[in-house]
Ligand binder design. Structure first.
Ligand code: C2O
Ligand code: CU
Length: 500
């Protein structure tokens, strides 16, 4: 290795390999210094990595008539006329070329969330590329890395364009597949709002009433106000339209959850079953954790393994009040089970439910090896009601990093090869799923205590939580680092990571 890779991250990556899932992450760390594909001007020279192939796709965004909710045909904005857009499946190391045409009445771009693409392919308007105008085309090209559950979505007017349907899964298979599943289902959660098409599109804030009635899990009074007019979807359809998932007794089933919602997090449960989390944001979780419910912030992904050992017809749904009723529910049906109308009842004791991430965060964990980062930043996230209160105004939708809203936030200036530590602290009342473009990071500490590291690209900070994350600056360019809640983004919760 030419540059010294931070020990902790190296160990993490080694762990990944020992566990036998894939050498993907290791490759990322190792290839960093020499990787020529990260420079925009070398675009024409992109070639698949050894063993990889050239994969070409065509995507067109256009307005379609679509039924998110039974009996309510409406306008959706869709990739290739479907919501979610087509799932792209490639293998790690493939050269992916996507010829994109925008047939929408307004500009758009595509962001490849969780993929370490060159900065010019990252889809951030005016930073990576000019927005693709109506009638325009753009060719995205990148090497598929790292392996895992990724996704792609519009990165222009996200609030509106995500709620209208511009999102889809992107699965990067590892070079070597060591775990075989009998079924592999991708389950993408979305939002649809009838307001989305209106020019004066803005969400009423739910206010205190909603905040107080939040989670049945009782673990977060503070969250994000829920707009009762927003409908939730599972693979593009609100319950009961959502496609059921078929399993057979004895099967080993993989579910890949993607939260493509513009605003809301969900608490996902599969009645009658536990879920073993094997991957967070597509990256192996070591060791895997067995849970009963998963809190999933916008932008986040969880791969879980379920053993089909409890025949019946089971609800897969969000446990937050009102979310299943507003669409976030489908059914897992065992082959041979009675008809769907007879849902099986879960009789397990809900008091002992283990909810991710709480069960994990409350565990005492051995301190990892600590080494000294090259650069360190502290980011305090604030805004919303706090801001309104402090300013004595009604500026409820200003969201800040260290007191500043984008574009006035201070960029994180790094240089190639730096190991960068970022200490995040959320002093606002709402959740912030913080997403870093172009890099994966290791989550090292929670509330000042070391946790078993996990590699992610998005981490959700709830009220008064803090996380320390670390990444290697191995992908030169200018990158968004922002809250994935589209409303908070609009309100300024964005900063840049800039290479010197
Ligand atoms: Cu998935 Cu900048 O976002
Ligand atoms: Cu936020």
């Amino acid at each position: 290795m030419k540059v010294k890779t931070p020990l902790l991250i190296t160990l993490l990556f080694l762990g990944v390999q020992l566990f036998g899932v894939s050498g993907a992450l290791l490759d990322v760390a190792r290839a960093a210094p020499a990787m020529p594909v990260t420079v925009a001007s070398t675009r024409a020279a992109l070639t698949p990595r050894a063993g990889g192939q050239m994969r070409e796709f065509r995507l067109t965004a256009s307005a379609i008539t679509y039924e998110f909710v039974k009996g309510q045909p409406t306008t959706a904005w869709a990739y290739n006329n479907q919501v979610p857009g087509p799932e792209l499946r490639v293998r790690e190391g493939d050269l992916v070329r996507v010829i994109f045409t925008n047939n929408l009445p307004e500009p758009t771009t595509i962001h490849w969330h969780g993929v370490n693409v060159p900065t010019s392919m990252d889809g951030v308007p005016d930073i990576s590329q000019p927005p693709v105008r109506p009638g325009g085309t753009f060719t995205y090209e990148f090497i598929a890395t790292p392996a895992g559950t990724r996704w792609y979505h519009a990165h222009f007017a996200e609030h509106k364009q995500l709620q209208l349907g511009l999102y889809a899964p992107l699965i990067i298979e590892p070079r070597e597949v060591n775990t075989r599943y009998d079924r592999d289902y991708t389950i993408t959660f979305g939002e649809w709002s009838a307001d989305a098409l209106h020019p004066d599109h803005n969400q009423p804030n739910g206010g205190m009433g909603n905040m107080m009635s939040d989670d049945m899990m009782g673990d977060d009074m503070m969250s994000t106000p829920d707009d009762p007019n927003v409908i939730f979807t599972v693979n593009g359809k609100a319950s009961p339209l959502a496609t059921r998932l078929l399993v057979r007794q004895g099967e080993r089933v993989r579910l890949r959850f993607i939260n493509a919602s513009a605003i809301q997090k969900h608490v996902i449960r599969l009645e009658g079953h536990t879920m073993k989390i094997t991957h967070v944001d597509g990256n192996p979780l070591l060791p895997p954790r067995e849970v009963d419910a998963i809190e999933i912030g916008t932008g986040e992904r969880y791969d879980v393994e379920v053993t089909a050992n409890n025949p019946g017809v089971w609800a897969l749904h969000c446990a937050r009040p009102g979310h299943a009723e507003r669409g976030l529910k489908t059914l897992v049906r065992y082959e041979g089970a009675a008809d769907d109308s007879r849902e099986s009842a879960d009789t397990r004791n809900t008091r002992r439910f283990r909810v991710w991430p709480d069960t994990i965060l409350s565990q005492r964990q051995a301190a990892g090896e600590t080494t000294r980062p090259d650069k360190q930043f502290q980011l305090t996230l604030s805004g919303g009601m706090m801001m309104g209160g402090m300013m004595g105004g009604d500026d409820e939708n200003t969201w800040t990093i260290n007191g500043k809203a984008y574009p006035n936030t201070d960029p994180l200036v790094v240089k190639q090869g730096d190991r960068v530590r970022v200490q995040l602290f959320n002093m606002s009342m709402e959740d912030h799923p913080m997403h870093l473009h172009g890099h994966s990071f290791a989550v090292l500490q929670y509330d000042g205590r070391p946790i078993t590291p996990m590699v992610r690209d998005t981490v959700t900070l709830r009220h008064m939580e803090s996380y320390d994350i670390e990444f290697v600056a191995d992908n030169p360019g200018t990158w968004f680092f922002h809250c994935h809640n589209a409303e908070h983004m609009e309100g300024g919760l964005i900063t840049l990571v800039k290479y010197q």
